[in-house]
Design a protein around this ligand. Structure first.
Ligand code: 4AD
Ligand code: MG
Length: 467
């Protein structure tokens, strides 16, 4: 007989009184004085648990069942019944319970049934998925990933696997992780440090973990018209904040024959679609997060679904910030980068909704951004949301070779390094645009979880790569 998931039982897919096999980890267990044990198990298929009724008719009742504790893994063969208890619809009357895994010293089991802080759980990354909070986040993350693929496919985009190991810097000024098989001792000898040595390296040149799949994505967009990448990206910045990871996932749609406005529309529709899918497919998990102090979840999902976005230019954003009475750390000047405090002011205090900002000064954006007619700004866009700040960055790409070369030169970047990228402008160039959506920042937004380390299974941050 095939085991069934708790999710399918609770959905009512299994006939009442039929015999089933269920398996899972014990959340709680209570032994009554009259020889009955109530064992509540969870198998992670959904948020909710299933109660198992075990009594003295079981062969191993005294030897095993009475000794079971939170965290033990069991396999139950029993009858599915309607529960007389109002808190749950179904329960299993056990015929046989096999103990798959005991808890070695229950007093030391880190995930006891009491409340644990997220800080504490970060020290037990391998066991935290056994909590409701982390299993809920994980299921929502899955729904988000699936909905992204579904949406892009419906809209006619092809998924492209762009390389994680690269020899060029997509953004032009990123802090990248070097990929090398050279001996560390060799690397640290200053006199050997340089280009020459990298010719002896695995790839025969200096290589890095990519910060974005965009440039490679552009080459496929300039053939398949609509593509997207979806994979991990890496940044070696020392930003030890609650919204930065060194390894995070990005979705990067890239569209030929498209302008800035086209991708703004695409981004809005994508976010809206994801939010709707979450509401449909992760109802219980969202409800759980809502009642567990992440109370803004419903508001945030509503904001996305209602497409309640403000669209302003960078210059307008600067004017709003200048007029505010806030005590910002830096004086507001046209040309500056918007920091987190500015993003928070705009999204939380001034507009109180997601904000799209376009047309940034060219000096604070990457070399590939398309220069506007004023020659001072570029056709870039960022989407900022309350509580998180930037979740999307993108823009229209510079498709004119002379202007691209000028931009590379102004930014002090080597033309030869970007040779193949420049060729896309030589051979059948077209206007094209795209953006990058940070998966973890999006998950923070839709779950209300405050720290980015809690929305990825095994976070990598500065001085932290446990497990
Ligand atoms: O704005 P970014 O740097 O844009 C790019 O990389 C472009 N090449 C994307 C494109 O146009 N195809 O990054 C895009 C998004 C940000 O808006 C943010 O959501 C996320 O990636 N992001 C990070 N998320 C977590 N930790 C970090 N260190 C992040 N850096 C960027
Ligand atoms: Mg950005």
């Amino acid at each position: 007989m095939e085991p069934v998931s708790i999710k399918n039982i609770l959905r009512g897919y299994i006939e009442i009184n039929s015999t089933v096999i269920v398996q899972g980890w014990i959340r709680t267990k209570r032994n009554s004085k009259i020889g009955i044990s109530f064992i509540v198990i969870n198998d992670g298929s959904c948020l909710r648990n299933l109660q198992i009724i075990a009594n003295t008719s079981l062969k191993n009742y005294t030897k095993d069942i009475l000794l079971l504790t939170t965290g033990c893994a069991i396999k139950v063969f029993g009858n599915l019944k309607i529960s007389p208890n109002n808190n749950q619809k179904y329960e299993i009357q056990a015929i046989e319970i096999k103990i798959l895994g005991w808890i070695d010293n229950p007093k030391k089991y880190p995930i006891s049934s009491k409340y644990h802080t997220t800080e504490y759980l970060r020290e037990h990354l391998h066991l935290r998925p056994r909590t409701n909070l982390f299993s809920s986040i994980t299921r929502i993350r899955h729904i988000v990933a699936q909905s992204i693929h579904k949406f892009m496919h419906k809209k006619g985009f092809y998924w492209i696997a762009t390389p994680l190991i690269t020899s060029i810097d997509t953004e032009g000024f990123s802090k990248m992780f070097c990929v090398s098989t050279l001996e560390v001792v060799h690397l640290s000898q200053k006199k050997n440090y340089g280009i020459k040595k990298f010719s002896k390296d695995f790839f025969g040149k200096k290589t890095f973990l990519t910060v974005s799949g965009q440039l490679a994505g552009e080459s496929y967009a300039c053939s398949l018209s609509k593509i997207y990448t979806f994979g991990p990206t890496f940044r070696a910045e020392h930003s030890n904040t609650r919204r930065h990871l060194s390894e995070f996932w990005m979705i990067e749609p890239e569209m030929a024959f498209a302008t800035l406005n086209d991708i703004i529309e695409l981004a809005k529709k994508l976010l809206q679609y994801i939010a709707k899918e979450i509401v449909i497919h992760a109802k219980d998990d969202i409800q759980f997060l809502f009642v567990n102090k992440h109370a803004k979840v419903h508001i945030y999902l509503h904001q996305l679904i209602c497409e309640d976005f403000v669209h302003i230019s960078y210059t307008e954003a600067i004017n709003v910030l200048k007029k505010s009475q806030e005590n910002f750390n830096n004086k507001i000047l046209w040309g500056m980068n918007l920091n987190f405090e500015h993003e928070c002011y705009l999204t939380e205090k001034y507009y109180n909704k997601p904000v799209i900002i376009t047309d940034y000064p060219k000096d604070i954006k990457a070399f590939y951004m398309r220069c506007n007619n004023d020659l001072k700004t570029v056709a870039a866009m960022d989407i900022l949301v309350p509580g998180i700040g930037e979740i999307i960055g993108g823009g229209q790409r510079e498709e004119r070779l002379d202007k691209l070369d000028k931009s590379l030169k102004n930014m002090g970047l080597e033309k030869n390094t970007y040779q193949w990228y420049r060729e896309l402008r030589k051979y059948g160039t077209v206007p094209h645009s795209g953006f990058g959506l940070g998966l973890e920042r999006l998950i923070m937004y839709v779950t209300g979880v405050k720290n980015i380390r809690d929305v990825i299974p095994f976070p990598r941050t500065f001085h932290n790569a446990d497990f």
